[in-house]
Design a protein around this ligand. Structure first.
Ligand code: IPM
Ligand code: MG
Length: 358
């Protein structure tokens, strides 16, 4: 097949991990006889430096034309003035909005070779953890009005959800639950927030269309606690943008390394935005130390969800497992007795496994 993929390497470790993901994409294309057109565009701080804004019309337009978008990471100390009007993160938010990718899928599983990296007590892991977090991505307090009083003494952010916004992301979550453990936990703060009460009503109404899925509701504070007390109770979790931001970092920490976690952001069509959930790690940028596996696993999600290449996606995931089983570890997941590798070294290990038909 032919596909056009827009690459957004971004900032910090972004270009390094993106380069490894590109090698994996090229290998998958060669093995499967596919032609992938890969073009890079600046985003975030790199775009601020080059064009004075974190997402140009040109980059957004190219992404909208592509079959899929692969983004590595944005942000860094150079652009980190929280009062600045122009920040790298704004490019990411504008991209998500501009692509209409309202459902952000963040899986949380512990790779068998990495159970030692999970900070929870081993007895909490006797039942396997396999959570799929579905975070609403283009609404909530992220996209409501952000205001600051002229005297600098007050500020507000509007948390707003419309019923159609809740319905469409809940629909995605129900469908995903149907395809796996048939349990959906909707997380909100309906005991305090009007937007959450709307959220709960819409999700509850929609449940009638999915009688085979067991729906539960949980307040976000309790969900944060339950995730560390008994993570294996969760199957699919659906929640708003802000709660999902926080809970997905928590679940990534449970999985052992932020560096391992991929994500897919989907809208109504096949097009999607794929990114690791970690940031740009400026402290190790440019040193060939970063873990490229979150981005490589995002490539697998891209192959599966946007290009319909399920076999190729599974092959990439198996290659990653193979590299881990063979003992290769970047610094973030290294422990004594394993083979410490660089970012490119991990790329080599995955590609070798992929070519070897792991
Ligand atoms: C994430 C990040 C972003 C978010 C930031 C960089 C704006 O934390 O993708 O989780 O809050 O969505
Ligand atoms: Mg986050």
């Amino acid at each position: 097949m032919k596909a056009r993929i827009a690459l957004l390497p971004g900032d910090g470790i972004g270009p390094e991990i993106c380069a490894q993901a590109v090698r994996v994409l090229e290998t998958a294309a060669a093995l499967g006889g596919h032609v992938f057109h890969l073009d890079s565009y600046p985003i975030g701080g790199a775009s601020i430096d080059a064009h004075g804004e974190p997402l140009t019309k040109g980059t957004l337009g190219a992404c909208q034309q592509a079959d899929a978008v692969l983004l590595a990471a944005v942000g860094g100390p150079k652009w980190d003035d929280v009062d600045a009007a122009i920040r790298p993160e704004r490019g990411l938010l504008a991209l998500r909005k501009g692509l209409g990718v309202y459902a952000n899928l963040r899986p949380c599983t512990i790779h068998p070779a990495l159970t030692g990296a999970c900070p929870l007590r081993p007895d909490l892991l006797t039942t396997p953890i396999d959570i799929l977090m579905v975070r609403e991505l283009t609404g909530d307090v992220y996209f409501g009005a952000h205001e600051q009083a002229a005297d600098g003494e007050s500020a507000s952010d509007q948390m707003i959800y419309t019923a159609p916004e809740v319905r469409r992301v809940a629909q995605v979550a129900f469908r995903l639950a149907q395809g796996r453990g048939k349990r959906l936990c909707s997380v909100d703060k309906a005991n305090v927030l009007a937007a959450s009460r709307l959220w709960r009503r819409v999700v509850t109404d929609l449940a009638q269309e999915f009688p085979d899925v067991a729906l539960t509701h949980m307040y976000v504070d309790n969900a944060a606690m339950q995730l560390v007390l008994r993570p294996s109770q969760f199957d699919v979790v659906v929640t708003g943008n802000l709660f999902g931001d926080i809970l997905s970092d928590e679940s990534a920490a449970i999985a052992g390394s932020l560096g391992m976690m991929p994500s897919a952001s989907l809208g109504d069509g096949k097009q999607g935005l794929y990114e690791p959930i970690h940031g740009s790690a400026p402290d190790i940028a440019g040193q060939n130390l970063a873990n490229p596996l979150g981005t490589i696993l995002s490539v697998a999600l891209l192959l599966r969800h946007s290009l319909g290449l399920a076999d190729e996606a599974a092959a990439v995931e198996r290659a990653v497992s193979h590299a881990l089983d063979a003992g290769f570890r970047t610094g973030d997941i290294y422990s004594a007795g394993y083979r410490r590798v660089t970012c490119t070294g991990m790329g080599d290990a995955v590609i070798e496994a992929l070519k070897g038909g792991a």
